[in-house]
Design a protein. Structure first.
Length: 227
């Protein structure tokens, strides 16, 4: 169980207050990091969200504990979290609208969430009671669905297209604009690969050599009879 987590915001006091309102709790100061606030859900688990000033980073501090370092503030990032609340969906959406924060009701497949974009930069998935019931009724099936091949395809469709991995060069497998197909029930008739220059077969700094045949789709994964 995750008891609390931290995010950064340009107005920590205000953001902590809004999150506390959505959670039906309260917001208090967080003295260890000056300028920070703690939104508490006031449940039996002590759940809460620490809101630090934008640009705050945590660094190891040995046995004395982590230290807070202030750097240049960034915008969007990779972190998000899901939060079950007692507040109903209409009120959540009304609070987000009042704050001018983007808010979307989204179908995640096994369950639904309300995406609330804090300060229009950080995403929090809010699950009001009617949404949380749908998620909880599925139990461990949610994790199994996401971990399954079909779930991987579904999650990629939800959160956007695949991106190129770093260090792309000839001779390195799986280093291109290839969206992996893991669904064994899908028939692949064509596989399109994006290249910066489709006419360039040899890097100019390398001597001429035979064109490499890189296996993009494992043969065992192809059902020839269905093609």
């Amino acid at each position: 169980m995750i008891h609390h987590l931290s995010i950064a915001a340009r107005d920590p006091k205000h953001v902590a207050g809004v999150l506390a309102e959505i959670m039906g709790g309260t917001a208090v100061t967080f003295p260890p990091n000056p300028g920070s606030f703690f939104a508490l859900q006031l449940d039996e688990h002590g759940s809460g969200v620490e809101v630090y000033p934008a640009g705050t980073e945590l660094e190891p501090g040995g046995t004395n504990g982590a230290s807070f370092v202030r750097k240049e503030a960034r915008g969007h990032g990779p972190t998000h979290f899901a939060l079950s609340v007692a507040t109903d969906a209409d009120k959540v959406e009304a609070i987000a609208a009042r704050e001018g924060w983007q808010c979307f009701s989204c179908n995640r497949g096994p369950f639904h969430v309300i995406e609330v974009w804090v300060e229009n930069e950080s995403m929090v998935e809010i699950l009001p009671p009617e949404f949380a019931r749908g998620r909880n009724s599925n139990g461990g099936g949610v994790a199994r669905d996401i971990a399954s091949p079909r779930g991987v395809i579904s999650s990629r469709r939800r959160f956007g297209p695949a991106t190129r991995s770093a260090g792309q060069c000839l001779g390195e497998k799986r280093q291109a604009f290839v969206h992996a197909v893991i669904d064994i029930g899908m028939v692949v008739g064509e596989l399109l690969v994006a290249m910066r220059d489709a006419e360039l077969f040899e890097p100019p700094h390398e001597p001429a050599s035979a064109v490499e045949q890189v296996e993009l789709v494992v043969g065992a994964a192809i059902d020839v009879e269905r093609l």
